[in-house]
Design a protein around this ligand. Structure first.
Ligand code: ADP
Ligand code: MG
Length: 232
């Protein structure tokens, strides 16, 4: 099986990031100012226009929030946490959404206690981004399924596997670079943030080639027993 290592070195310089932000914010701003202009000319308030403007404002807010997460140097507040608790917390967040969308959200819990030295909120954010992508990828497909599992090997491996649209080979190198998105409402920052968080925990994120059959993402993280054995 071929492996693609997404490269956290893809983090661009702050100048390029700033240019990217400006570009991303300009689109919704143009839309907003266009609709405001039309309402002014017609001297009337249109609910449809209002909701477009509202959506665009929300989009800008989303872009800025994600950007702030990236721009801030992550202060990792380490705690000892069970990986199952972390994953269960995140899965709970998506339970009702996945039921509504008729997506099978499966957590294969090995019942084995695996402890991580981690910043729980940040790791949760990383899993949320991945789960969100997986759910978006299966949206609209028949028998959509997102499966999460963890295996204890040299490192802890957390697999997130979906049977959605998949990532075409032609774009695999671009995925995870700032603002790269194939979605009309995407920000293209989620995977970058995720890689940054995983990197700060001494881990890495890999996209496994699943032969045009959905997407398989593996997060590899050092776990506590492993660190102890290494020291002995
Ligand atoms: P966004 O979700 O805002 O587009 P991300 O950084 O989270 O930004 O993802 C970047 C791109 O990577 C997505 O637009 C999509 O093309 C691709 N991608 C990420 N995860 C998946 C997935 N599970 N299935 C298919 N494509 C994915
Ligand atoms: Mg995303």
């Amino acid at each position: 099986m071929e492996e693609y290592v997404t490269n956290s070195e893809k983090l661009k310089t702050s100048g390029q990031m700033a240019a990217g932000i400006a570009h991303e914010i300009r689109n919704p701003l143009t839309v907003i100012s266009g609709f405001l202009q039309v309402m002014k000319e017609q001297n009337s308030f249109r609910p449809q226009y209002f909701s477009i403007i509202h959506n665009e404002v929300e989009r800008m807010n989303g872009i800025l929030n994600e950007f702030l997460l990236l721009a801030k140097p992550l202060k990792v507040q380490l705690e000892r946490k069970s990986v199952h608790h972390l994953l269960e917390d995140v899965i709970l967040l998506y339970e009702s959404q996945s039921k509504m969308k008729k997506v099978d959200l499966i957590y294969e819990n090995s019942k084995e206690e695996i402890m991580l030295e981690c910043d729980p909120n940040q790791l949760k954010q990383a899993f949320i981004n991945l789960l969100q992508n997986a759910l978006e990828a299966v949206q609209g497909t028949e028998n959509g399924q997102v499966k999460i599992s963890c295996v204890k090997k040299n490192e802890l491996e957390i697999n997130i596997i979906d049977n959605g649209v998949g990532i075409p080979k032609e774009i695999i190198e671009k995925v995870g670079t700032p603002f790269f998105t194939t979605k009309s409402n995407g920000t293209g920052l989620g995977l970058m943030i995720t890689q940054k968080i995983i990197g700060q925990h001494g881990g890495k994120l890999e996209i496994i080639d699943s032969n045009d059959n959905g997407t398989h993402i593996v997060i590899k993280l050092p776990y506590i027993n492993q660190l102890l054995t290494k020291m002995n």
